[in-house]
Design a protein around this ligand. Structure first.
Ligand code: 9D3
Length: 224
């Protein structure tokens, strides 16, 4: 899969792409990541990417032309996603849809926003990662890339973690413990040390349901 990111901060991606699951996927050839510097698609001496808003007001708006010309060059064969606080909320189903595609192009905005013609006529979708204000689309692009790349064949460290994704489908995970069996007076639940796999599975299911119901009534509602 090919993933393109268009940004005014290409350095932002150097660290994350050099390490972690995303870096490994890039190395293994399952994901090819291309970071495009938006300023390479400006034509003035100052490499200007923003301008004053029509109609007045504070702040600046990102110009449309560099985005259009950058995407012209990429000739993307899949979704072109504008990361924006006005987008639909990113979720696991969207990550799965992107991961089965050939190519994904992410456009990062900044400042007050991006000229609406980018959202309307260049991007095929607009995504937010949640209801909080970021300074730009770059951290959101990283979130999307991480969620997609870990689903690609070969990115998962073992098959159990892939199966685990669907086993508690739509539920939060149960509590996990490792050694020591007792730490600072806190004991691991006896059932997990019983060796009784049927009991353990029933306990995990029950815990997952209780935690989902308590903490995420929205997920619990969908679960039915
Ligand atoms: C004038 C209203 N502001 C929206 C609350 C404008 C604005 C704020 C922050 C426009 C862009 C940004 C930068 N944020 C993103 O580009 C962004 C984002 C976010 O802020 N929250 C959640 N998901 C995303 S995806 C991209």
């Amino acid at each position: 899969m090919r993933i393109n990111v268009v940004t005014i901060f290409p350095e932002f991606f150097a660290g994350p792409f050099g390490t972690s699951i995303v870096g490994r996927a890039a190395e293994a050839g399952t994901a090819r990541l291309r970071v495009v510097d938006l300023r390479d698609y400006t034509h003035d001496r100052h490499r200007t990417v923003d301008d004053e808003p029509f109609g007045g007001g504070a702040g600046m708006v990102m110009k449309p032309e560099p985005f259009f010309e950058a995407v012209d060059d990429l000739e993307p064969g899949g979704p072109v996603v504008l990361l924006s606080p006005r987008g639909r909320k990113f979720d696991h189903a969207t990550a799965v849809r992107y991961s089965v595609g050939e190519e994904l192009t992410l456009l990062c905005g900044h400042y007050k926003g991006v000229d609406e013609r980018v959202a309307e006529s260049l991007a095929t979708e607009e995504l937010s990662i949640g209801d909080y204000v970021l300074s730009g689309g770059e951290p959101a692009a990283l979130v999307v890339i991480d969620a997609v790349v870990r689903l690609l064949p070969g990115a998962m460290s073992d098959h159990a973690s892939a199966a685990g994704d669907s086993f508690y489908d739509g539920l939060l995970g149960p509590p996990e413990y490792t050694r020591p069996a007792e730490y600072r007076g806190m004991a691991v639940p006896e059932v997990l040390r019983s060796g009784n796999h049927a009991r353990i599975e029933a306990w995990r299911r029950e815990q997952a349901e209780r935690i989902t119901c308590d903490r995420r009534p929205d997920l619990w509602e969908r679960e039915g």
